[in-house]
Ligand binder design. Structure first.
Ligand SMILES: Cc1cc2nc3c(=O)[nH]c(=O)nc-3n(C[C@H](O)[C@H](O)[C@H](O)COP(=O)(O)OP(=O)(O)OC[C@H]3O[C@@H](n4cnc5c(N)ncnc54)[C@H](O)[C@@H]3O)c2cc1C
Length: 545
């Protein structure tokens, strides 16, 4: 296979123009006789956007080309160019061998977010017939529940934006980029698997892949159906409340469904519980499972007109071109705080992402078309135990809770919002700006200065003002702030050893909640790693039945 990098074409180019450019770079006219008989195949490996000459925009491609008859070697010898090289794709291979330890029952996976789903999918493919326990509803019902909540209905504390099939990312922008560089090819495998279950092919080559909440829900359902076809089971509306252990580790997983308690016999339990399962963190602490406190970040979500972001990034609108523009901003404040934009949602909505009664937090989501009027992102500040003022392992979680209680009170149960100019000046003018808030859930004007500690407010103001130099208008008075963004990552890490087991044998901490991932793709990759560790240790479930 030959990889051709750096093929640059205006964004409106045709497919023929791309092929013509490729053939010219590879000097294929010199090999036309051989090509007449065998031809070649080509696929996009990566496509990124070059906006350095805005408003002229270009796509920059890396293409993978396959040719027959030893032609690849001949071409590589003939065309000496640093953008053209031989390429061997890394194709993820699930480990071939199974372990010898007998499974009592089936592996139990707690949580049907990306880490739990991918763990279950991998185990089911190899005959391990996992049981997936999910405290929330199946995705079809969850969508209805969340829709009602956004329209002002009561919060369902078991099935909401954080909890339910698909996990925390189901009502999201579905951004799939990750900084994790996996030499085994798990990253690409995750994207290919999502495509297999309904995601667009484009996510496998776009430099900034995203799915959108509408398509994510479909992918999640299709994955569940395949896991069931492979022999797996799903128990929805079922919460893991604890476990029983003997001398040799986990023996039973305790669950509750509709008030009825029961135990599932298993010596293998995956904790893919996400970053918001606070009652479960508390239970793990009470049961002396080894955990440590972890730094995370908190802040406010900000909205701007998408057109303003497009103009700054592209010099033109993204409509009819590359689509709405995104951004990534960071600042180190004079006081030494790291402030950065997080989970930017082009053409998106701010959503009420609460999961506990009397507490409120926000996040962002987009549909696949990213067509709302506003761009939003969280502007967050790193916090650690100096901010929590306690050494307790759950001090970060309690810190989140206090902020969320304040947010709830400030908005009287609705999302508290304020224009940036008011926030900066400490006034509350009534919000007469030109932006139309794009928010899912009720919202109410409030003084957001009362939400975060003063030092964090100052860090956010200093940073938003600085970001105004990078993106013109970022610091405009009528940008809309909403709070509180508190669920950016897990407040704890559940410790695990090199075999991916926690401090109790048969207990597998996994994904974002356990502190081993940050985002949909890395959580899914961690689910695969945990499945590999389980397969290495245990014989498949069928053999153990
Ligand atoms: C609104 C929103 C937008 C986001 N946008 C993006 C984005 O665009 N891109 C991105 O990469 N990331 C995004 N994220 C983050 C992303 O969702 C998480 O990183 C990812 O979902 C983590 O996967 P996970 O499987 O580790 O945990 P989760 O997805 O949180 O899944 C955990 C699951 O476990 C269940 N559970 C918890 N405790 C129990 C229990 N005791 N018993 C039974 N079930 C239990 C929960 O109900 C939940 O479904 C977003 C998050 C939110 C909330």
């Amino acid at each position: 296979m030959i990889k051709v990098d750096n093929l640059k074409l205006p964004i409106g180019h045709t497919e023929d123009e791309l092929y013509a450019k490729l053939e010219k770079e590879l000097k294929l006219n010199k090999f036309s006789k051989d090509l007449n008989t065998s031809g070649y195949s080509c696929r996009i490996f990566k496509r990124s956007l070059d906006a350095r000459r805005k408003p002229e925009l270009f796509y920059v491609y890396s293409l993978l080309v396959t040719l027959d008859n030893g032609l690849e070697d001949r071409i590589l010898k003939h065309v000496r160019d640093r953008n053209i090289s031989s390429y061997k794709p890394v194709i993820y291979q699930s480990p071939g061998e199974s372990g010898s330890k007998e499974l009592t029952g089936h592996p139990v996976i707690v949580g049907a977010g990306p880490s739990g789903l991918f763990c279950a999918y991998e185990l089911s493919r190899r005959g391990y017939a996992p049981i997936v326990i999910e405290r929330g509803e199946r995705v079809e019902n969850r969508i209805e529940t969340v829709k009602k909540f956004f329209l002002g209905g009561r919060l369902n504390t078991e099935s909401n934006v954080q909890f339910g099939e698909g996990g925390a990312g189901t009502f999201s922008d579905g951004k799939l980029n990750t900084g994790v560089n996996d030499k085994m090819g798990r990253n690409r495998y995750v994207l290919d698997t999502l495509v297999r279950f309904g995601a667009p092919e484009e996510i496998t080559y776009s430099a900034r892949p995203h799915i959108g909440t509408d398509i994510l829900a479909l992918v999640v359902r299709n994955m569940r159906e395949e896991i069931i076809r492979n022999g797996g089971q799903f128990l929805f509306d079922t919460r893991m409340t604890g476990f029983e252990k003997g001398d040799r580790g986990i023996e039973n997983v305790c669950v509750v469904n509709d008030g009825n308690e029961s135990a599932i016999t298993s010596n293998c339990m995956v904790l893919a519980i996400g970053h918001s399962s606070r009652d479960t963190f508390k239970m793990l602490k009470d049961r002396n499972v080894d955990m440590e406190a972890k730094a995370f970040a908190v802040g406010l979500r900000i909205q701007h007109p998408q057109e303003m972001i497009d103009l700054s990034q592209y010099g033109r609108t993204g409509k009819g071109g590359p689509g709405p523009a995104d951004y990534k901003l960071t600042n180190r404040t004079a006081g030494g705080r790291n402030v950065y934009s997080f989970c930017m949602c082009p053409g998106g909505y701010v959503v009420n992402a609460s999961s506990e009664a009397g507490r409120l937090c926000v996040n962002g989501m987009s549909y696949s078309g990213r067509s709302s009027l506003n761009a939003n992102s969280a502007i967050i500040v790193s916090v650690n135990k100096d901010d929590f003022k306690s050494d307790d392992v759950l001090a970060g979680m309690e810190f989140q809770r206090r902020l969320e209680e304040r947010a709830y009170t400030l908005g009287g149960g609705a999302i508290p919002v304020q224009e940036y100019g008011d926030f900066k000046r400490g006034t509350l003018s009534g919000g007469g700006g030109s932006l139309t808030p794009q928010i899912k859930g009720n919202y109410k004007l409030a003084d957001l200065r009362e939400l975060l500690p003063d030092e964090l407010n100052e860090a956010i103001i200093e940073s938003i003002d600085k970001f105004g130099y990078t993106i013109e208008g970022f610091d405009r008075d009528d940008a809309i702030l909403a709070g509180v963004e508190s669920r950016t990552s897990s407040p704890v890490r559940i410790l695990r050893n090199d075999n991916y087991e926690g401090s109790i044998e048969g207990l597998y901490p996994c994904g974002e909640g356990a502190g081993y991932a940050g985002g949909i793709t890395s959580a899914a990759m961690d689910g695969i790693k945990v499945a590999e560790a389980i397969m290495k240790k245990y014989r498949p479930a069928e053999a153990g039945r």
